[in-house]
Design a protein around this ligand. Structure first.
Ligand code: SAM
Length: 246
């Protein structure tokens, strides 16, 4: 099955521990640090809209795009329940089609790790630059090479909830810098559990590799931080944040 098809409907159960409020606090701290007061924001790989809908609730104008129609369906339903208006678009970030002059383009929680080729990454960064107004920000994060190789890779994780259980088997191939995830879900449906399987692949990029690619795009400034801080990443940082200003 494609990545984020059956998984879409249980993604939020499995992300229940994530503190999205403080995640949004960090994004707003970035806006302040760079002196911008964004109005129009596009979020790439927005998934089930956990960040998108919350930002919309705070009064920003949001467009959310994702490769998975199922994730977008969940995001749209949640926007409706929350009473916010977000434009959700089914779009591969490799073929970005957005309004121009955006104040900010966001891509958080691993979206960039799903881009397996450097040439595609360069194309995405270039398109993001083209869609930003002068002074606008491209903000994205990655799970670090350290996390994919040493924490997730070669490990199996499992969780057992009332309505859904999962087994998540990971294999890191250092020669390709790719972590393959085999996900098996058991979802309760009409009193029985149905089994679903999906495979995902994420690329491990070093900060230097990403900075080299960003260096080919004429951003005014590009910085990388250990996630949720404004400190430089360390060798065991698990998530890195990149902020690029046009
Ligand atoms: C880990 S989820 C993160 C979702 C969301 N950003 C969040 O914070 O919860 C990764 C998302 O990336 C999306 N994705 C993967 N490759 C993509 C691509 N080429 N273009 C757009 N979205 C993509 C997946 O469909 C999935 O929704």
């Amino acid at each position: 099955m494609n990545a984020y098809s059956s998984f879409a409907y249980v993604y939020d159960v499995l992300m229940a521990e994530v503190n999205y409020e403080s995640w949004i606090g960090y994004i707003e701290d970035i806006f302040n640090r760079y002196g911008i007061e964004p109005k129009n924001i596009a979020e790439l790989a927005c998934g089930t809209g956990n960040i998108t809908n919350r930002l919309a609730k705070l009064g920003y104008n949001l467009i959310g795009t994702d490769l998975s129609e199922d994730m977008l369906m969940v995001a749209q339903e949640k926007a409706y329940d929350l009473g916010v208006s977000v434009i959700y678009l089914h779009q591969d970030m490799k073929e970005m089609m957005l309004p121009s002059e955006l104040d900010c383009i966001l891509c958080v929680c691993d979206g960039i790790n799903y881009i397996l080729k450097e040439a595609d990454l360069k194309q995405i960064f270039h398109s993001a630059y083209e869609h930003l107004k002068v002074g606008g920000l491209l903000i994205f994060d990655i799970s670090s090479q350290y996390k994919l190789a040493h924490i997730l890779g070669k490990n199996t994780f499992a969780e057992n909830h009332k309505d859904v259980s999962y087994i998540w088997e990971n294999y890191y191939d250092a020669s390709r810098a790719i972590c393959d995830f085999d996900l098996t879900l058991f979802v309760q449906e009409e009193g029985l559990y149905r089994k679903y399987t999906e495979s995902h692949s994420q690329r491990a990029y070093s900060a230097e590799e990403i900075m080299n690619i960003l260096g080919m795009i004429p951003f005014k400034s590009t910085e990388v931080f250990d996630a949720f801080t404004f400190q430089k990443p360390t060798t065991d940082s698990e998530r890195l944040y990149f902020v690029c200003q046009r």
